[in-house]
Design a protein around this ligand. Structure first.
Ligand code: IMP
Length: 445
């Protein structure tokens, strides 16, 4: 019966896909509540790697209902490609996948618009994924977006599309290409309608009824707290609200419907795209961590910038999201280091900064202040029990708990489902058992 939000506590790519997959074995419904195919959730099942961009990771579990919520933006091409990829791998995609009638569509002109805007910004560019995410959300807020539910009304859709494409073509300075752009959009939407109609639903109602029926619901966050349009490092952010509160607006449920919030936190920090990263490791160490942690974007392949663990960031994420527990990922990437730095606070021109600053100009001048901890120099990859962790690795995790103010309940030691330490908590049992009760083979049964 419980519902859980899984949220990224840093700049994304914390390894949410792995935990969502782990939790999917205990829930009936998985709901994506924001973002689009800018996300790249990597899940490894029985040695096979799946990278999901828009379809919720729940799809990999038979009997689980997957929902793309109203807070998402859906690119028809990306959706169809992913569905085909999954079916090609003999994964069922049919009556187990729902798309909100209120989710907004990403259309070819959004990508054109974004490429232009990023080009124009030059060295002030955001470093977006250039997938049309921002422009689609702009149109949503500007009240001129097309929504998935519009596919059910072809005449209305045609009329609106006709008008919007002409406007967009004019703004892009390609007015004479408007008929071609319109034909491209129409053809795309025709193909998408054929696939999507069976999946379109009032998903807020579906989730509400699932909760009333006593089902377990997982809200799957994409991106992360520091990429949140309101709470992140604006303007170097995405255009939605990945924070836990976004689950309510992005899935259409009451705050009262959320029982637990799990913060996913990498044992160090990474970010892709532009914008400040106070604890960035420049030089050889950054390279080593990038290689060891395979830190290359799952969506765009871009190398991720790597840095030491920043507890100012995760403490802030704890406050904004109200975390019940932290789940740490990629601890094993630090295995070979003899010393590990953890940022405890920032120094801003001699002033001690404990709380994450809202102004970029301040953040850019903040210098990280570190606590040095001894490394463990022992392999932890694949460990499944807290008792097997080296002493210094446990001390490192305890320092993160103390600095971030949230209990570390789980630790991931590799990409596979089973490479997870679940007995971290003081009770000695898995936090998932406390939240969901003993696991069942098939929760839908
Ligand atoms: P957008 O979401 O494509 O608009 O990109 C805005 C910023 O968010 C850029 O810095 C992207 O690199 C970053 N971003 C978007 N999605 C992800 C993600 O899934 N992981 C990490 N960074 C992301």
């Amino acid at each position: 019966m419980p519902s859980v939000v899984v949220v990224g506590t840093q700049w994304g790519d914390e390894g949410k896909g792995k935990y969502v997959d782990l939790l999917s074995g205990r829930v009936h419904v998985v709901v994506r509540y924001g973002g689009g195919h800018n996300a790249g959730h990597t899940v490894v099942v029985d040695g096979q790697t799946f990278i999901l961009h828009i379809v919720p990771s729940g799809i990999l579990h038979p009997g689980v209902t997957s929902v793309i919520g109203n807070g998402c933006v859906v690119d028809p091409d990306a959706f169809m490609t992913e569905v085909q990829m999954l079916r090609g791998l003999e994964i069922e995609v049919g009556a187990n996948l729902f798309v909100s009638d209120r989710a907004h569509l990403i259309l070819p002109y959004h990508r054109l618009q974004e490429e232009r805007e990023e080009d124009k910004l030059g060295n002030r560019r955001i470093g977006t994924t250039c997938r049309g995410i921002g422009p689609a959300y702009e149109d949503k807020i500007g009240r001129r977006g097309l929504r998935v539910g519009d596919l059910r009304h072809p005449d209305f859709l045609k009329e609106k599309l006709d008008y919007i494409v002409r406007e967009k073509a004019e703004q892009l300075g390609i007015a004479s290409d408007a008929p071609k752009l319109l034909a491209e959009c129409e053809e795309l939407l025709k193909r998408f309608t054929a696939e999507a109609l069976t999946h379109i639903s009032d998903t807020s109602l579906l989730v509400h009824e699932s909760i009333l029926a006593g089902k377990n619901v997982l809200f799957e966050g994409a991106q992360a707290t520091l990429l949140d349009i309101d709470h992140g490092t604006y303007p170097f952010v995405t255009s939605s609200n990945p924070v836990a509160g976004g689950a309510c607006t992005g899935a259409g449920v009451s705050p009262k419907a959320i029982d637990h919030i799990l913060g996913i936190t990498k044992a160090y920090i990474t970010r892709v795209g532009e914008g400040p990263l106070p604890t960035e490791m420049l030089g050889e160490l950054g390279e080593t961590i990038r290689e060891k942690g395979a830190e290359f974007g799952a969506s765009t392949g871009r190398p991720r910038r790597c840095g030491w663990f920043d507890s100012v960031v995760v403490r802030y994420a704890n406050r904004i999201n109200g975390l019940d527990a932290l789940a740490i990922t990629k601890l094993d990437v630090l295995d070979s280091l003899d010393e590990i730095q953890v940022c405890t606070h920032y120094d801003y021109h001699g002033e001690r900064i404990q709380e994450f600053p809202g102004e970029l100009s301040i953040l850019e001048e903040c210098k990280p202040v570190y606590r040095t901890l001894p490394g463990w120099e022992t392999p932890t990859a694949g460990l499944e029990r807290v008792a097997d962790l080296p002493k210094n690795a446990r001390a490192y995790l305890e320092a993160l708990e103390e600095l971030c103010g949230a209990p570390v309940e789980m630790v991931s030691t590799g990409p596979e489902r089973h490479s997870t330490i679940e007995d971290m908590g003081t009770s000695g049992k898995s936090v998932l058992d406390s939240w969901f009760g003993e696991p069942k083979k098939n929760p839908a049964a």
